[in-house]
Write a new protein. Structure first.
Length: 523
């Protein structure tokens, strides 16, 4: 008698569950209608918990990591999995519409951004499309643009919390600056926080006696540990380099380059995770670290007299792993004009998140000015996008409410020139500030015109007739004849269509054919 064919129902529940977790979400939903048994297994929260691990990036509001630590039967994993699946479907639809050139891409970009971190996995999937995809370059470019827009929106929202007193975290405030620089790479807010968590965990492994040490020895041990990991600041000749101003760069770069401000933030982030009361402290042209004793115990682990204030010590993790005696710091301030402004009640003034963010923004501007003055490093050889760095600094200056109206023009022009996909941020944050001022109608009119133009179908430009002189095609690789850099052509125009300021700044009219020649967009 021939054997009956193998059937799924003959398998144990555990094996069927292992099969179900491999199915696409749509197929998993269909399986539940096959039989009562499969309905039970396809709705098992343990199956959906496994499904949810397919997504790496989650909006903080989901408390995803907290839910992972709970028993699988407690969170509603199916609800969460279906939510993420539906967001992927919507993100994919909007992305394909943008890629195909459908009208009104702005509204589609804004819908993608409204999903926040929940859209990132889908966008990364498009960015990492197979190498043999017909539209690989266009898909990567579009995904990179959308990822950058999502990251910048999240950074601006984070900064808005900082300056409204809703988010005191120093590390998140400084980490948000890196969001302007990363595109599809490593270094978003959550990844930076995870890297700092990992660094603190490693410190406990490298310093096995740590928990038994008094506070002073703990503070010094952390400084020594960080220097052993390569966090040694930078040499004097590289002090003003742009890379030194970004927390994500310092953590990701093998050399861990960082200025005094970022060095102090890294130290305080690790020390706080390990139970120390550590905060950055202001000093002229520098930032130190303050470490305080706890309760009635001194820094050296001895009892303090009754009602005695906490003891304080200072370190300079940018320069070394030794304690910086307060008397030396105060003595040096006596020879500095305005040095008394850095001291309160005999101690250095502690730096909070808003002030550190503003100082970091100024440091970025100083670094950019140095690059402009040197003029020796072409922009295509820079590790970081200078326009993005300038853009980040402009947002901080604006959100900090330090002469907001003055900063509006610089910020708005940067958005128009390089970051049009961020026009929604202008509507959310810039227009309300201008309400009642003459600049309001000007900005509102331009935003309205851009949206109206965006909503119209883009005419297809033919290379025949008057456009016959356009030599190169979208998608072609190119190398600049004079500056020797490589790029990919992402767009073209039969003549220069840039605004007059750009034309003047780049001396277009001095070219052999001036404005009346083909111009190309290159990435």
């Amino acid at each position: 008698m021939p054997e009956s064919p193998a059937s799924l129902v003959q398998l144990a529940d555990e094996i069927i569950a292992e099969i179900l977790v491999l199915l696409p979400v749509d197929s998993l939903l269909n399986v539940q209608f096959v039989s009562k048994r499969l309905n039970r297994l396809a709705n098992d929260r343990r199956v959906w918990r496994h499904v949810c691990t397919r997504w790496k990036y989650w909006n903080p509001a989901h408390h995803y990591k907290t839910k992972l630590s709970l028993p699988a039967s407690e969170p509603d994993w199916k609800h969460l999995g279906l939510l993420r699946h539906n967001i992927d479907v919507m993100t994919d639809a909007d992305f394909e519409a943008i890629l195909s050139g459908q009208p009104d891409p702005t509204s589609k970009v804004e819908r993608i951004k409204s999903h926040g971190y929940n859209a990132k996995d889908a966008l990364l999937r498009h960015f990492n499309a197979p190498a043999d995809a017909d539209d690989l370059l266009a898909r990567r470019h579009c995904a990179d643009t959308q990822l950058g827009s999502v990251h910048r929106m999240l950074a601006v929202l984070e900064w808005n919390k900082v300056f409204r007193g809703q988010q005191p975290s120093i590390e998140r405030a400084l980490a948000a600056s890196s969001m302007f620089m990363l595109g599809a790479g490593w270094g978003d807010l959550e990844e930076i926080i995870e890297a700092l968590d990992t660094l603190a965990e490693k410190a406990l492994v490298e310093i096995p006696e740590f928990r038994r040490l008094p506070t002073r020895q703990k503070a010094l041990a952390i400084a020594t540990f960080l220097r052993a990991q390569g966090f040694k600041g930078v040499d004097q000749d590289a002090f003003l380099d742009l890379e030194n101003n970004f927390l994500g760069v310092a953590l990701a770069d093998n050399r861990h380059r960082s200025g005094p401000l970022i060095s102090s933030v890294i130290y305080c982030s690790v020390a706080t995770r390990l139970g120390l009361c550590a905060t950055p402290a202001w000093y002229p042209l520098h930032v130190y670290v303050t470490v305080r004793s706890y309760g009635e115990i001194s820094l050296d682990g001895d009892p303090l007299p009754n009602n005695a204030p906490p003891e304080v010590m200072y370190l300079d993790p940018f320069r070394n792993d030794r304690e910086a005696p307060l008397r030396w710091l105060l003595a040096a301030l006596e020879h500095v004009d305005g040095g008394e402004n850095f001291v309160v009640d005999g101690e250095l003034i502690m730096a909070d998140a808003p002030d550190l963010l503003v100082r970091s923004s100024r440091n970025i501007q100083i670094s950019l000015q140095k690059l402009l003055e040197l003029g020796s490093t072409p922009w295509w050889q820079s590790d970081l996008d200078r326009n993005a760095a300038k853009y980040a600094a402009s947002w901080v200056s604006f959100l900090s409410e330090r002469d907001q109206v003055t900063n509006v023009e610089r910020l708005f022009n940067t958005v128009r020139s390089y970051f049009e996909v961020d026009m929604d941020l202008v509507q959310w944050f810039v227009l309300p500030v201008l309400q009642g001022l003459r600049e309001y109608r000007y900005v509102q009119a331009i935003v309205g015109d851009m949206r109206a133009l965006d909503a119209k179908p883009k005419p297809v430009q033919s290379r025949n007739g008057e456009n016959g002189h356009v030599k190169y095609y979208v998608g072609q690789l190119m190398r600049h004849r004079r500056y020797r850099y490589y790029g990919v052509i992402t767009g073209w125009a039969p003549k220069c269509e840039a605004e007059i300021r750009w034309i003047e700044r780049h001396a277009v009219d001095s070219l052999p054919h001036g404005r009346n020649q083909a111009f190309y967009e290159v990435s």
